[in-house]
Design a protein around this ligand. Structure first.
Ligand code: DX5
Ligand code: ZN
Length: 225
């Protein structure tokens, strides 16, 4: 199983975001997770597509390889901002199905711009919509906290939902990433992987530490990677 660590810049130093992105990539992260909040769908406001454009040149390894920008839209409506982030260089764009009036159309619009498309499920949100769109998406993102803030505690019921999502992905026969977002730490990441996740968002666990590489290595060690 290929595991991916996706640090969320929500917990980075917003006065030095470019530097932070370069440092966390040098520390071994696989994706950079952008938590976009609109103070409408969630009670917080973070940043727009301009930050994505500004950070895109920094999302590269020392060898110049592009590091995927994984945009998590906690916004309503979805479509205009999804298009703007596609323009700004997002590689993956995920949205909450309950924030779009036309989920299938929103997925198609993201893919039409050459981005990978994902759906994000809040703690009380069922996976039912996957019955009708799982063939069309590249990523399922399970929220293990309520969206809006970093530094919250992991909600254990997410483990059952991760198992269900893994079953659905296996049944689809498609190569779909199963990402989990919220409260991921060195001491619980193995449990989340055992439930079926392969990609892990971590904000405060990484950016709250002085040694980014040490934390990412400890996460990979816990994963047995
Ligand atoms: C919630 C955010 C957080 C963030 C991760 O809306 O999406 O889940 O990415 O934050 P930590 O890792 O600090 O829980
Ligand atoms: Zn997120």
């Amino acid at each position: 199983m290929t595991y991916r660590i996706a640090p969320s810049i929500l917990s980075a130093d917003f006065a030095r975001l470019g530097q932070e992105v370069r440092e966390v990539i040098a520390a071994g992260s696989d994706w950079i997770h952008f938590d976009v909040m609109d103070n409408h769908y969630v009670p917080n406001l973070t940043f727009g597509p301009m930050i994505c454009s500004a950070l895109k040149p920094h999302a590269k390894t020392a060898q110049g390889l592009a590091v995927p920008i994984d945009v998590h839209l906690m916004v309503q409506p979805v479509d205009a901002l999804a298009a703007a982030f596609a323009e700004a260089g997002a590689d993956l764009i995920s949205f909450h199905p309950d924030a779009s009036g036309h989920v299938h159309r929103s997925v198609q619009a993201i893919k039409a711009r050459g981005c990978q498309a994902g759906l994000v499920f809040n703690p009380a949100q069922s996976l039912e919509v996957l019955d009708w769109v799982i063939e069309d998406i590249d990523l399922v993102l399970i929220m293990s906290v309520n969206p809006g803030f970093g530094g919250q505690s992991f909600i254990d019921s997410a483990l059952r939902k991760i198992e269900d999502a893994r079953r659905r992905i296996t049944a689809s026969g498609k190569d779909i990433r199963l990402e989990v977002d919220g409260g991921i730490k060195v001491d619980n990441i193995r449990r989340v992987a055992d439930a079926g996740a392969d990609t892990f968002v971590a904000g405060s666990a990484i950016f709250g530490a002085s040694d980014y590489k040490g934390v990412i290595n400890a996460m990979r060690q816990a994963l047995g990677a």
